[in-house]
Design a protein around this ligand. Structure first.
Ligand code: PLP
Length: 429
């Protein structure tokens, strides 16, 4: 509710937002919830599916992430990319915190509008839209979108002529976890100029430039370069076409792990290329996805089967094969689509829920294992080789943290496994 919301927010008046204490608070809250839920389930008695995998989401972590963004990138208004994780409570919270939204389809637009959020808070950030979706965006007053090709401009002229337009430019994103510029973005300055000229001759409302340096990017030079390239287009538009653009969209791709450096490079480059005194009316926006949710979610999975052990008492040095009730066709599809390498951690049934890493130093014995999903496909392998601190049994649980980005949104029901995992919520702030 509003009262607890504002008091949670008030905690962040100053200082570092992420510290050892915040991490501990989060782990305790999440661990407690995992424990409570798992203890309720008796694998010998439960109904089919009651022991399905589930997420725990720490909404307090989302608050910290958002607040950290505002602290470190004060000039940049985030439009959260809901393709990354469309959990309704997370979206509501981000809306309350003041975040806007990046939608890429009618479905995503509907999701935001049905929550009562204003269409003004949406950027329709997809440069290649179907005619019917463009008509729909006009109908529901979504009036800011991206484009990167000539046909798109003719479509927009016909179907949504007053829409505000951001020219998406390509970046050098080959080093990123998921490169995007192979598919989107005007390729060079000359093409961008031609596209801007067509906007002018069609009397379209060109308002700015957008780019994305690749999802999970690590090359800070590409961010610097993309801001510089954008600046050149702002200058050209004003000096040659008389168009005074006022929105710069620096896209997504940020991660919490590298945010210190990436936010500082963004600030430096923005101040150098778009100083506030020369661009007093400029709105700088971004489309972060994974940054806002990755560390806020933990996935708990149940061990449904095991191979490689001949009897119950065997204390083996051989690699065992563990089969979980979630995998590459379910919420761990991020291994395939998003090139993530989630680490399976252990949940013991005897009280404490410890992270595998915390065990590491005190390990006297390490058990080799491979970890598999539940489907009949050999591709469904979560980890070919890992080492565990305990020999796990059927009925034990494992969990994966940092698993909020590009997971549940792309899970399938292949083989008839239901993968709409439930989400339990805690708030560590
Ligand atoms: N904006 C656009 C246009 C995208 O395509 C994506 C991801 O594919 C994002 C934003 C979000 O990127 P990330 O989750 O890496 O921040």
């Amino acid at each position: 509710n509003e009262t607890s919301f504002s008091s949670a927010f008030a905690n962040f008046s100053s200082g570092e937002i992420f510290d050892q204490n915040s991490k501990r608070r989060s782990r305790l809250a999440v661990g407690e919830e995992l424990k409570n839920h798992i203890m309720e389930i008796d694998p010998n008695e439960c109904l089919a599916g009651e022991e399905d995998s589930f997420f725990v989401c720490d909404l307090g972590e989302v608050v910290r992430l958002y607040r950290n963004w505002k602290l470190k990138l004060p000039r940049v208004q985030p439009f959260y990319a809901i393709k990354c994780n469309n959990d309704s409570k997370v979206l509501t919270l981000l809306d309350k915190l003041g975040c806007n939204f990046d939608c890429a389809s009618k479905g995503e637009i509907d999701k935001i509008l049905k929550m009562g959020i204003s269409p003004e808070k949406i950027v329709y950030a997809n440069p290649c839209k179907s005619n019917s979706f463009i008509r729909y965006s006009k109908q529901v007053d979504v009036n800011l979108t991206t484009f990167d090709n000539f046909d798109e401009l003719y479509k927009i002229k016909k179907l949504h002529p007053n829409c505000k337009l951001l020219l998406r430019i390509a970046t050098n994103d080959q080093m990123a976890q998921c490169p995007l510029s192979i598919k989107f973005g005007s390729r060079n300055f000359e093409t961008s100029v031609e596209l801007m000229k067509l906007c002018k001759s069609l009397d379209l409302n060109l308002v700015g430039v957008a780019f994305h340096v690749g999802s999970g990017f690590s090359d800070l030079d590409s961010l610097r370069q993309a801001i510089k390239d954008s600046k050149e287009l702002f200058v050209y538009a004003k000096s040659h076409l008389g168009i005074d653009m006022n929105i710069l969209d620096i896209g997504g791709g940020f991660t919490l792990e590298t945010f210190e450096e990436s936010s500082s490079v963004a600030n430096e480059s923005l101040d150098e290329n778009f100083p506030e005194n020369l661009y007093p009316n400029l709105k700088i926006i971004a489309e972060p996805g994974r940054y806002m949710v990755s560390s806020a979610f933990t996935l708990a999975c149940h061990i449904i089967a095991r191979r490689g052990i001949t009897n119950e008492k065997e204390n083996t040095e051989k690699a065992v094969m563990l089969y979980l009730n979630d995998g590459l066709y379910g919420n761990l599809n991020c291994i395939l689509y998003d090139h993530q390498k989630p680490v399976a951690r252990i949940l013991t049934r005897d009280g404490e829920f410890l992270y595998y890493k915390e065990y590491e130093n005190s390990l006297t014995k390490r058990y080799p294992a491979s970890i598999w999903g539940p489907t009949c496909d050999g591709l469904d392998c979560i980890s070919e080789k890992t080492y565990l601190s305990h020999l796990l049994n059927v009925g034990d649980w494992m969990f994966f943290d940092n698993i909020g980005a590009y997971t549940s949104v792309a899970s399938t029901s292949f083989n008839g496994f239901t993968q709409t995992a439930s989400v339990k919520y805690v708030c560590s702030e």
